[in-house]
Design a protein around this ligand. Structure first.
Ligand code: GTP
Ligand code: MG
Length: 275
């Protein structure tokens, strides 16, 4: 990145999608309205509901919109990694993550970018700082989310209240320092791993309060597998942080491989249920 450029000068917004035909056109419009100089990259996993086709029509009309299509549903983490690489290659000064389902208000993106402009490496849209909230979330979902965040804070020493949040902005400088090919996690674990890596680089993490809304249209892709993955990964990283000699890199890799196997078995078991 040109080091003289402010992160807000050329932001790219990455929207991962799987079956978001009810939301995708209006979320893109809302993003472009909120951030006049934004580009949008949709990373669609060949959604059976035609999300990709809708975006392709828009791409033909609007040069600010791009589409990456993947052959099959391959997880949120991998979708973001592809979108990040593309945005960096195309000259982004900052990269924003946002869900397609309107849980995240695009009008907050300028605040995330402003937090990067004053020196943040990562700016997180946080439900769990003063002024943030998630009305409408069931008590079960809230408990999982709050418990998961408390666990990540404790295990990783992360100075972040909402490490699992998927509404955030990275400066291009920060992202380019992270070896994306080595980032393992999917779902919530991906968000935690990225925050942990930014913290490990010694870069400041800002939290901007947000009101997280439940999705109004389309179906959730959240699964038990994603929650289990995040917990197991936090456990391995946390133990490795506390006992770096006993739990050296090779052992850590073995544990992470084992987690990968457990998760793919869990995935096979739940495949019939469509998660
Ligand atoms: N490309 C891609 N996008 C995905 C995948 N899984 C989820 N998404 C998208 O990632 C975003 C977040 O997924 P959601 O289903 O909303 O998950 P969530 O926000 O944890 O769950 P809800 O609160 O129930 O909506 C949405 O834009 C999804 O369409 C995937 O495997 N591949
Ligand atoms: Mg959602």
């Amino acid at each position: 990145m040109d080091s003289g450029r402010l992160p807000s000068s050329s932001p790219w917004v990455v929207i991962p999608t799987y079956n978001e035909a009810d939301n995708i056109i209006s979320i893109i419009a809302a993003v472009l309205e909120a951030v006049s100089n934004a580009h949008v990259i949709v990373v669609d996993d060949s959604s059976p509901d035609g999300t990709g086709t809708l975006v392709a029509e828009l791409v033909a009309q609007d040069p600010r919109v791009s589409l990456l299509v993947r052959a099959q549903k391959s997880g949120l983490g991998a979708a973001y990694r592809e979108g990040f690489r593309e945005a960096l290659e195309r000259g982004a000064s900052a990269v924003v993550e946002i869900d397609a389902d309107f849980s995240h208000d695009p009008a907050v993106i300028p605040q995330l970018l402003a937090a990067l402009d004053v020196g943040g490496g990562l700016a997180i849209g946080s439900r769990y700082v003063a002024g943030g909230a998630s009305p409408g979330l069931s008590s079960g979902r809230l408990a999982i989310s709050r418990g998961g965040n408390a666990y990540a804070r404790f295990m990783l020493g992360l100075p972040v209240h909402d490490a699992t949040a998927g509404f955030r902005a990275y400066s291009a400088e920060t992202l380019s320092k992270i070896p994306l090919a080595e980032v393992r996690a999917d779902g919530y674990g991906f968000q935690v791993e990225m925050a942990y890596r930014v913290h490990g680089l010694g870069l400041p993490i800002a939290e901007v309060p947000i009101i997280f809304r439940d999705r109004q249209a389309g179906r959730s892709k959240m699964s038990k597998r994603i929650v289990v993955e995040a917990m197991l990964l936090c456990t391995v990283w946390g133990v490795a942080r506390r006992f770096p000699i006993t739990f050296h890199r090779e052992r850590q890799e073995q544990a992470l491989d084992m987690i990968g196997k457990i998760l793919s078995r869990l995935g096979e078991l739940s495949a019939g249920k469509g998660s």
